[in-house]
Design a protein around this ligand. Structure first.
Ligand code: DP6
Length: 330
């Protein structure tokens, strides 16, 4: 009897070398390679049930019916799965996460990585990591990196076949920790998806894209050699460059708030005093502060005392997306 349901979990990831802008928006083929660290302890679980009685897909998030935009995005992803598998089945998708939405931790990466696993199993598509990475990318670009644990590179490629992520070092390679400073949980006014489309309107984007391979190589070397100072320099530079592109797009995107800048300044000051810390910021005001595991408690304490920081969520390096036992019968 064919499998009718599957459950999978995946972790979010934080980009150390950012993905911002596509060669091809429809197929999510990025303008440059990117590199991330998978975040452990935080996860999204997807339970997917294919149901012949359904006339459309139904997405539930934390037990409640998801808003129309989220429904449409998941349905669009499942359209690819239906085309590839040749099976015209609609699904009920139950999603739950153990980290707050709007916390500055990209929930779409974990959700679409887990959805790629669950849907591949239910629809009989290949479940090797490279194929899952390609599939996850169709849901959310950064999701292709969350298929793997540890430190991961997304090979941008030129088309669907050549665009997927690969692991560059396992989770245990280097005990880094991400202390996520939550400054605002308000829903971002411009989505990453829209931001990627706007990237090409910035006069700075060609320069950022052209110099990205060099930064990625420095970052890769810093990780492989566990060189925190090198990592800090290149991670902050890459984040600043992405935000420079955002701020000079038309219309401009300003994701930072005053408190964002306060955290950046403090982190730079602590590093100048000898602490192993650096910042990186995604498409929102919250600041990801990277440090070494042995310093994490001290850095978390310091960050939580800064004015404007509502909460500090701490995540070590995490593992790959995995299948878990179904909790409910299909
Ligand atoms: C700033 O992967 O969220 O976090 O493909 O539209 O889902 P979509 O975009 P998404 O963009 C991530 C942007 C970023 C940088 C990164 O994670 O590399």
């Amino acid at each position: 009897m064919p499998i009718r349901s599957a459950t999978a979990i995946a972790h979010p990831n934080i980009a150390l070398i950012k993905y911002w802008g596509n060669l091809d928006d429809e197929w999510t083929i990025p303008s440059a390679n990117s590199l991330s660290m998978t975040l452990g302890e935080l996860f999204t679980k997807i339970h997917l049930i294919a149901d012949e009685q359904l006339e459309c897909d139904l997405l539930m998030i934390d037990g409640a019916l998801a808003p129309p935009a989220a429904q449409a995005r998941v349905s669009q992803f499942l359209d690819y799965v239906r085309v590839y598998s040749g099976k015209a089945l609609f699904c009920r998708i139950e999603s739950s996460s153990n980290f707050p939405r709007g916390s500055g931790i990209a929930s779409s990466a974990a959700a679409f990585a887990a959805l790629a696993l669950a849907s591949a199993k239910v629809f009989g598509l290949p479940t090797d990591p490279q194929e899952l990475s390609r599939l996850a990318r169709l849901g959310s670009g950064s999701a292709c990196r969350s298929i793997y644990g540890g430190f991961v590179e997304w090979i941008g490629g030129q088309d669907h076949q050549s665009s997927y992520a690969i692991p560059i070092a396992p989770p245990q390679h280097w005990a880094l920790v991400d202390c996520v400073c939550v400054i605002s949980t308000a829903h971002k006014s411009v989505s990453s998806r829209e931001g990627h489309r706007l990237a090409k309107t910035s006069p700075l984007q060609p320069c950022r894209v052209q110099s990205a391979p060099q930064r990625l190589e420095i970052c890769r070397r810093a990780i492989l050699e566990r060189d925190f100072e090198q990592l800090a320099q290149v991670v902050e530079l890459d984040s600043n460059l992405m935000h420079s592109v955002m701020m000079t797009s038309q219309p401009p995107l300003f994701y930072w708030q005053a408190e964002t800048f306060v955290v950046m300044e403090e982190v730079r000051r602590w590093r100048s005093e000898g602490e192993a810390v650096c910042y990186t910021i995604d498409a929102g005001p919250n600041v990801h502060v990277l440090t070494l595991a042995e310093c994490a408690q001290k850095i978390q304490d310091r960050l939580s005392h800064l004015s404007g920081v509502q909460e500090v969520i701490v995540a070590p390096v995490g593992g790959p997306a995995v299948f878990v036992e179904d909790e409910k019968p299909a």
